[in-house]
Design a protein around this ligand. Structure first.
Ligand SMILES: [Fe+2]
Ligand SMILES: [Fe+2]
Length: 181
């Protein structure tokens, strides 16, 4: 496996752990308890900052090179690229929905519950298509020259939770993940 695919796979493992935190808060909502709204906002903030801004653009560089030379899975790769755009908007909508509930007593918890459930499901769908099939296709199809081209165009940034040092902004999430592991 190319080291870059390994890095992206690790990003998925990390994101999966955060989606499990979101799921736990969703379960709380469903059982009538109050979720930890601060934790919800922090997780969404992380998704907006790293997966949406760094992880998906890195994948897009790979996908573009794949599409320029290999077409077998073009439909699904294009779908993933389109989702990279729509997922960003969904993250913003999710943040707004949580903020509205915290700021106004009249906001519907039912609406938040269904939006959060959809958000988690879409994140998993996207990740599972990449993990379940497309990453294997990329590993099998891309040549050494393709990878050179990819590496020359790759945005890089340090993951603010899993990149070695936890940014203070995300310490509460990190602590929750450590408690659960
Ligand atoms: Fe992706
Ligand atoms: Fe991904």
């Amino acid at each position: 496996m190319h080291p870059l695919i390994s890095e992206l796979h690790q990003d998925h493992v990390n994101l999966g752990r955060l989606l499990e935190l979101l799921q736990r808060e969703l379960d709380r909502l469903r059982s009538g308890e109050s979720p930890d709204y601060f934790l919800l906002i922090d997780v969404i903030d992380y998704i907006e900052s790293y997966p949406d801004q760094i992880h998906h653009p890195r994948e897009d560089v790979i996908f573009r090179v794949y599409l320029s030379a290999h077409r077998d899975e073009a439909e699904d790769v294009k779908r993933l690229m389109a989702e990279h755009v729509s997922l960003v908007e969904e993250s913003h909508q999710m943040r707004r929905a949580v903020e509205q509930v915290t700021q106004s007593a009249v906001s519907s918890r039912d609406a938040l519950e269904s939006q959060l459930a959809q958000f988690i499901a879409r994140q998993w769908d996207h990740l599972n298509l990449e993990e379940g099939r497309i990453f294997r296709v990329l590993s099998e199809s891309l040549t050494a020259d393709d990878w050179k081209q990819i590496e020359a165009n790759l945005p890089s940034a340090v993951d603010p939770i899993f990149g070695g040092a936890v940014q203070q902004r995300y310490q509460a999430i990190y602590d929750q993940i450590m408690i659960g592991s």
